[in-house]
Ligand binder design. Structure first.
Ligand SMILES: [Zn+2]
Length: 114
């Protein structure tokens, strides 16, 4: 290899290295775009899942209301009662000691509307 050939070879290697470096830079930029997109899509996906879960929950409450003939507000009261709290006017919001049944609460939840 003479000096001219050696010089040309170095020039070729240099431009190949520059081209490779450019590819690496482009890939790096592309990767950060993809990471950003991925993050946005994850957030959106989570939001949609949450919304879907809400809708399914609402539907099941509505279905339950239809099935049992109870209104949503009565179902909510029933849930609070089952969680161990009074929903009657007398003791509203206080804990039912030892989950004792309360006739006033049952009247509010299941009684005839006056
Ligand atoms: Zn009560």
């Amino acid at each position: 290899m003479n000096k001219k050939e050696l010089h040309d070879t170095f020039t070729d290697l240099e431009s190949q290295a520059e081209a490779t470096l450019q590819i690496i830079k482009d890939m790096k930029t592309e990767l950060s775009h993809l990471t950003e997109d991925n993050h946005v899509l994850r957030m959106e996906n989570q939001h949609l899942r949450d919304r879907l879960a809400e809708i399914i929950k609402e539907q099941s409450v509505e279905k339950q209301a239809v099935d049992t003939g109870m209104t949503k507000s009565r179902l909510n009261l029933e849930k609070i009662y089952e969680d161990g709290f009074h929903v009657c006017n007398l003791f509203y919001g206080s804990r039912r000691d030892g989950d004792e049944p309360c006739a006033f609460c049952l009247e509010v939840i299941y009684g005839e509307r006056k």
